[in-house]
Design a protein around this ligand. Structure first.
Ligand SMILES: [Zn+2]
Length: 500
């Protein structure tokens, strides 16, 4: 995509309210990836041919002749000033230098050139590496760098809540594209490069990479501002900012507007609250149309709201409303998982539910209390404390409960005597006829035991279903007790008949 066409095309996209492309390369590849070929056809793309993949009859003897042959057939090939037949490597480097100095005059962007062995018989003797030929190599240009000024440093909040410092720059043209912002990656990087508001900096853009600040350019006699600090509160939702290594994140997982799509998708997902029919696309529509601005809004959706969405008719609306209503009764571990607390996955959610039994107990626990639990280390306990100390998160939970969400107490109480299989480890192999893997796992955990994915000498039982895998052999080798599905059902206290 030529630069002029790219700029005109981006202007049209922006005017239509679509997101502009960062550079011609992204615009071209995005256009080719369209499923609808009429859209691709409408984009200002051009093509250049450079190789004949298959040919019957006599083939050209050199790469140069191959290009000439393509041109004779009327196919577009690189114009003469963009290619050169060189007799030595010195000629190659001289041409490379020449092209690099001319790259700003080219109508399209290039990030280097390709050097090829001309003789085709030598090409076939050199052959291929796994993904590229040995007779052709990319000879890149140095990344472009331009000097500009940092006008401000703002913090953007990503979909997962990570805070990224972004430099707002005095707009500068770097290789035909105007750059007005550059990522600073994280706080450590800002400190390492010592970038402050008002600084003069060198910006670089290599290939299709997001523009970045290469380095600060000291200016004699300059009065520098104070060093950049990450904010204490999320710029989007005002929640407290937490820290994990070099990364800062918004602790308001359940309330933050920047994270809302991810939060709602996760909340509704199969292993969490499990709202059938609330997939990624529907979540995006609900949020874009501002029908859902917090998790609790899900439970306030009306039939008329859903009918406004693309692809929703009477029946699908009824089904979604039913599954939302059905999700109101939820077990504690699924609810915890659904909140999307950092570091709290399925396993930890279950551990917490089993250990504490109720949401109130978890919400009032402190760091030391979390650390008493074998599975919970400093990072998880840190993340839990950060989550519960954010009042916004507590508010969302109160709203959910007001909307009718009922959290059933933990899968078992803290009383060890009611859990006959405490401390045992189960491994499953092969298909079960009467239980799903998930339900079998839940029963095992309710009985105080846990499920592992591989067999070791610490495994208590291996449950063998249809077509077992190598885990059965390992169990035999290690002398682990092997159970049939029926034996498993009676051990766990479930009559397998009647359970499907
Ligand atoms: Zn936030």
């Amino acid at each position: 995509m030529c630069l002029d066409d790219f700029q005109a095309f981006n202007r049209r996209m922006t005017e239509r309210g679509d997101e502009a492309f960062a550079n011609p390369r992204n615009a071209a590849s995005g256009s080719l990836r369209q499923l609808n070929s009429t859209i691709t056809a409408s984009r200002p793309l051009v093509v250049t041919c450079y190789e004949i993949m298959a040919l019957s009859g006599s083939a050209p003897l050199t790469h140069w002749d191959e290009l000439e042959q393509l041109a004779q057939w009327g196919l577009p090939i690189p114009t003469p000033e963009y290619r050169k037949l060189c007799a030595s490597i010195d000629e190659v480097t001289a041409f490379h230098r020449e092209m690099e100095s001319r790259r700003d005059q080219l109508p399209y962007e290039i990030d280097g050139m390709v050097v090829k062995v001309n003789r085709r018989d030598w090409q076939s003797r050199l052959g291929m590496k796994s993904r590229s030929p040995r007779w052709a190599i990319a000879f890149k240009f140095a990344p472009r760098k331009e000097i500009t000024v940092v006008q401000d440093i703002v913090v953007s909040v990503g979909r997962t809540g990570t805070l990224t410092p972004v430099a707002l720059l005095k707009p500068v043209e770097v290789g035909g594209v105007t750059i007005s912002r550059a990522t600073l990656h994280n706080a450590d990087e800002v400190a390492r490069k010592d970038i402050r508001v008002g600084d003069t900096v060198k910006v670089e853009r290599a290939g299709d990479v997001i523009p970045a600040i290469a380095e600060r350019v000291p200016v004699p006699g300059e009065q520098r501002r104070t060093p950049f600090c990450m904010p204490d509160h999320c710029p989007v939702c005002g929640s407290t900012v937490g820290r994990e290594g070099a990364y800062f994140y918004c602790t308001g997982q359940s309330v933050c507007g920047a994270q809302l799509k991810g939060t709602v998708e996760h909340f509704a997902s199969k292993h969490a609250i499990n709202i059938d029919g609330l997939g990624k696309k529907t979540v995006a529509q609900l949020i874009d149309k501002q029908l859902v601005q917090s998790l609790a809004d899900l439970y306030r959706l009306k039939r008329d709201d859903l009918l406004k969405l693309d692809g929703f008719a009477d029946r699908s609306t009824t089904l979604l409303l039913e599954s939302i209503a059905g999700s109101k009764a939820v077990s504690l571990d699924r609810f915890l998982l659904g909140l999307g607390i950092r570091q709290v996955g399925q396993h930890i959610a279950k551990v917490l539910a089993r250990e504490f039994g109720s949401l109130d107990h978890i919400m009032s626990a402190d760091r030391e209390r979390f650390l008493q639990i074998r599975e919970i280390g400093p990072e998880i306990s840190e993340s839990l404390v950060a989550y519960w100390s954010e009042p916004h998160n507590r508010e969302v939970i109160a709203q959910l409960q007001q909307s009718g969400v009922q959290i059933a107490p933990g899968m078992a109480t803290g009383d060890q005597t009611t859990r006959p299989l405490t401390g045992k480890t189960f491994v499953f192999t092969g298909g079960l006829d009467h239980f799903t893997r998930d339900s079998a796992q839940e029963m095992v955990e309710a009985a105080g035991a846990r499920v592992a994915s591989s067999v070791s000498k610490n495994t208590s039982y291996v449950v063998v279903g249809r077509d077992p895998g190598s885990k059965l052999d390992q169990a035999r080798m290690l002398g682990v007790t092997i159970l049939t599905e029926q034996e498993f059902a009676s051990l766990i206290g479930k009559d397998e008949r009647g359970i499907s």
